[in-house]
Each structure stands twice: as C-alpha cells, then as structure tokens.
Write a protein that binds this ligand. Structure first.
Ligand SMILES: [Zn+2]
Length: 398
C-alpha cells in the first residue's frame, strides 16, 4: 500500500508527520499530494472527506485512489516529492462526521433490533443525514421508538472497538450487513449492540455521539427515507427549530408550545372571514349597482376603480346586468395591472369578447370570453379611461 491509513486505527489522531510520495497537478489548477501515511479520511462510504492543512497549505479534499493511495488536493503552495510534511486535520469537521457516522450505525441497528428493518443506504448531507430503511408502514411513533433506543445506547456510553478479521472469521459472526470487500475485513463493534463492516471514522464510545434526533421521514422508492441529525448537528437543529417556533409564537403573543393551537385557530377564523366577505361583497355589489345604474348613458355603465380584483369586478358586473338592456364596461387599476370586465344583459347589443380583445390590444395585454361576458387586462395603466371611452363609442356606433 502506498499510503498507510492512520485513521483506520486512531479516529482521534489529527496531527501527524509524513513523507511526500508523489505530487501531480490537477485540472483545476490545484495540486494532488500523495503521502506515505495520512490521518486524512478520503470521501467514501457515505462519509465526506476531511479537510485541514499540509505544512500550512489548505487541504480542500481527499480522494481515495485505492492501491495508489490517498490524494490530498492542496490549494496554495504544495510540498515537493520526498519532503517531510506536517499534516493537521480539521477537528470540528472530523468530530461532526464521526458523530453522524457512528450515530448512523446506532440508529440503523435500532431499526433492525426493533423492526427487523435493515438500512440500504446512508448519506451525510450539508446539515443533516439520510438513511433509506426497509421499514414498511412507518409512522412517527414507530420511528420515535427507534430514536429512543438509539439515544439510550448513546447515553449508556458503550465502548466501540475495531476488529480486523479474515473472511472465514467474518462468516461466523452476526454482522448487521454483508461487506462487498474481499480479503481481511474491518469490523466496528458497539459493545453488546452492533457489529458491522465499515471503513469510516467512528467515536471511541457511544457517548461521544451526544444525541440523535429525526427531523423528518418520507416513503421513497419502496423504502422509508429518514432524515436525522446527530451530535452538534442535533444542537444546531434544535436552536434553529426553537428560533422558528419562538418567532412564530411572538406573532401570536404567546408561549412557544401554545403557538400551533393558536395558528390553527387563526386559519379557521380566516376561512370564516373570507366566507363572510364574499357574502358582504354580494350585498355591496347590489347597492353599488343601483347607484351606478343612475349614471348609465344609453344603457351603458362605464367605471374605473382603484385596487379592485377581477372577482370583485365580476360580482359588480353581474349585479349591473341583472337590469335588462344594460352593458357594463368596468376596469380597475390593480397594483401595476389594468383589469377589465365587460358584460351585458342577454337583451343588450354587442359582443363583449370582441370588444375585450380590442381593449386589451390598446392596453398591451390579453383577454377574451363569451359574447355576454369577457375579462382581460394589460400593462398600460394610464390609458384605461381612454380605452373604455373608445370601446363605449364603438358600442354606440354599432
Ligand atoms: Zn461506519
């Protein structure tokens, strides 16, 4: 092996000395350095790469090149071949990955122990982690039972041991999952709880994981995809969730835990208010129509409003054309859009759809409908009044 992998035997080793075996330029313009030994964990097995420094230059990523060793991608001045360098792994990132990864071993085994549900895949994401579990009919209650067991194992502070065994020895052991690797196997044993082959970095004791919490879950491709956070990510997520909940509660001038009930109450009240507003709009439209009809010129009512939406214009139009031989040409300057509704009673003249298309052309917009009722809109707010005047003229000329 070109590179001795120090992280296999000591996951807490972050400072080391090594000799440079090879240096190659990368397409990115950065440099890849191969060392005779390394404490840097390269991306693999669902666990992201370590970062850190080599003689003070940033190591931005490490790539596993199999028998050719571990590539340390260096940004900045790279060491030369045969130089002895000092490496330093970013501890906060390593600890975070160990908490997520060890947490995953514990949570996955909890699902096996309680529900005989194995984990099919695992990913460490930016702020959380995902496992895909063969768990049928998941419910929050079922998942929380596994979370409960996992946290108990964490708080029992069980010892975690690395075992190197032959394939024959492995065949006799109760492994949680099969390994795809050939030859000697590296097993991670959580005292009295879990035994599984893995090449990642793990905590020394389960207590180091701190806490596991499930953020959400969903059914995906016949499996249950569970998003969880462990250790410092669980604390960060708690802070974020608590902040959101308290900000929401402040809107209702109440305590955090009372906010959902008040929010639900407000949603209900809002629905009821909408219903009452619709009823009142009908009443207002009738009264308004009576008043507007006194301004009708040859049976044509034209009016431009401010800030009225299409639904409101349509209600008014309906109320107006309830009177025989009436045409309603209504418009509204609603924010930055001109809205139009044209309507006529069944015995009044004119094709509203045709007139609407003409009006919309003048307003640089679009619209259409039926001969008795049409709606549309446009962008030229300043020309709304002139447009209605021209349409009314056309209607009386016909
Ligand atoms: Zn592992």
């Amino acid at each position: 092996m070109v590179t001795e992998r120090l992280y296999y035997s000591d996951s807490h080793l972050i400072e080391f000395e090594a000799r440079v075996v090879d240096v190659t330029d990368r397409v990115s313009g950065w440099t890849a350095v191969v060392l005779n030994r390394t404490a840097f964990y390269p991306t693999g097995g669902g666990q992201p790469s370590d970062t850190g420094t080599l003689n003070g230059s940033r190591v931005v990523e490490c790539i596993d090149d199999g028998d050719n060793g571990v590539l340390h991608v260096v940004q900045g001045a790279a060491p030369v071949r045969d130089a002895v360098v000092r490496g330093r792994v970013d501890w906060a990132r390593r600890l975070d990955h160990m908490q997520q990864h060890t947490g995953q071993h514990i949570l996955s085994q909890a699902f096996v122990k309680l529900f005989n549900a194995p984990t099919k895949s695992f990913r460490v994401l930016e702020a959380s982690c995902q496992i895909d579990v063969e768990l049928n009919n998941p419910t929050t209650e079922v998942i929380e039972r596994a979370v409960e067991l996992a946290n108990n194992v964490i708080w029992e502070d069980r010892v975690i041991t690395i075992l190197n065994v032959t394939p024959e020895e492995a065949a006799e052991l109760p492994l949680r999952k099969e390994s795809a690797r050939e030859g000697e196997l590296r097993l991670i044993e959580i005292e009295g709880f879990d035994l599984t082959p893995c090449g990642g970095t793990h905590a020394f004791r389960t207590g180091e994981v701190g806490l596991i919490a499930v953020r959400s879950w969903e059914r995906a491709k016949g499996l249950t995809r569970i998003e969880f956070v462990a250790g410092m990510r669980a604390l960060a997520d708690y802070r974020k969730a608590n902040k959101s909940a308290r900000e929401m509660a402040a809107l209702f001038s109440t305590g955090r835990d009372d906010a959902p009930q008040l929010a639900a109450q407000m949603v209900e009240e809002n629905k009821e208010l909408h219903r009452r507003v619709r009823v009142l709009e009908e009443v207002v439209a009738t009264v308004e129509a009576e008043k507007l009809l006194t301004t009708a010129d040859a049976g044509i009512v034209t009016e431009v409003f401010d800030g009225r939406d299409v639904e409101s214009l349509k209600k008014l139009a309906h109320a107006l054309i309830a009177k025989p031989a009436t045409v309603a040409l209504l418009a509204s300057r609603d924010k930055d859009t001109a809205r139009l509704v044209f309507a006529r009673s069944s015995d009044a003249p004119g094709d509203m759809s045709v007139l609407m298309r003409e009006a919309c052309t003048m307003l640089d917009g679009r619209g259409g409908g039926k001969p008795e009722m049409a709606q549309g809109g446009g962008k030229r707010l300043a020309e709304v009044e002139e447009t209605l005047r021209l349409i009314k003229q056309k209607l009386t000329e016909d």
